[in-house]
Write a protein that binds this ligand. Sequence first.
Ligand code: ADP
Ligand code: MG
Length: 386
Amino acid sequence: MTVPVSPESATTFDALGLAPLILDAIAAAGYSEPTPIQREAIPLVLRGRDVIGLAQTGTGKTAAFTLPLLHRLLDGPRRTRALVLTPTRELCTQVEESVRKYRSTTTLEVASVYGGVAYEPQERALREGVDIVVATPGRLLDHLEKGTAQLELLELLVLDEADRMLDMGFAPQINRVVAQIPAYRQTLLFSATMPPEVEALARKYLRNPVVVQVGRRSQAASTVTHAVYPVPQSRKTALLVDLLQHEDAQGSVLVFCRTKHRADRIAESLADAGIAAEALHGDRTQSAREKALEQFKSGAVRILVATDIAQRGLDISGITHVINYDVPQQAEDYVHRIGRTGRAEATGDAYTFMAPDEIATVRLIERVIAQEIPRVSRPGFDFGTG
Ligand code: ADP
Ligand code: MG
């Protein structure tokens, strides 16, 4: 069953059935009205339904599950009653931050559990008792094995960024986690896309779910202006420097490339050209990654060069440009990458560098997003095709 987004559905948070305490937190967050996915999903979650929420990146899916989840936990004993599974450490801390923001008016406690950092602080938080655990699957399994996390009394399970979790090969871990959760529970699944693997996951873990889908499945964020720069592979770094040094790309710029090695090299080349940049990828230590992200978020560093780990879900407000130094291999990933910019109605530009061997991939992306991306020829860089 699919619920179309109808114009007559509630347009204010007040009308959704959330408790006054939660409404206070929403007001404090400065949200004046629910986003379409929130409008549709929140009443269903409050009614106890299993929900599949599909909406493009940046449409407010986190609050769509967190707000009704908090409402449902408002009364009751302190024990782990809700679990949110997320694919990456970065997303895990980001969802935790959102939960903290929305729980600010309540006494509900939240802890995040992810790899690459010490166990003890997480164990301490879990021992002290938390209502909501936000976790990546691998580290959570460690805690379950040690007995420091317990899910026997869990009431609510959220699979966030489900497509990404499956992309990252987490299906077996998710399986092992869910095996420890009571079958009698409410399960929510949120995803930007619904490939067959996600459908299979939903069939396995959700009971009679309602599908809430906002917008077309593969729609690119509509406030983003796209452009493709034809450029030979060997001239990409020069083009990047040129764009960053000129008016075309002022502001905060997120650069995506294919490999960790390339990310480091690009960041170094930018530094050589006098442009401060940080690299974000899986080979850097957790603290180096956090520091890079912090510096980028605070504006201390204007350019972040990232591999796929930063691709989905990261909410860094104020990104003005996303530059695909390499064309994403999967057309769907293009949608996710440019979802970093143009979030919550801001505008942004998405530039894609296209070498001759990437022309076919760009054409495929254009088919998926059902939109032609204008070619922009930069004098001295174009290879004359595309
Ligand atoms: P998604 O998970 O769909 O990619 P997020 O949940 O990360 O998106 O939300 C994207 C941004 O939109 C966040 O900065 C969030 O604070 C903001 N946001 C969420 N809901 C609202 C709302 N109702 N009004 C204004 N901003 C919102
Ligand atoms: Mg999200």
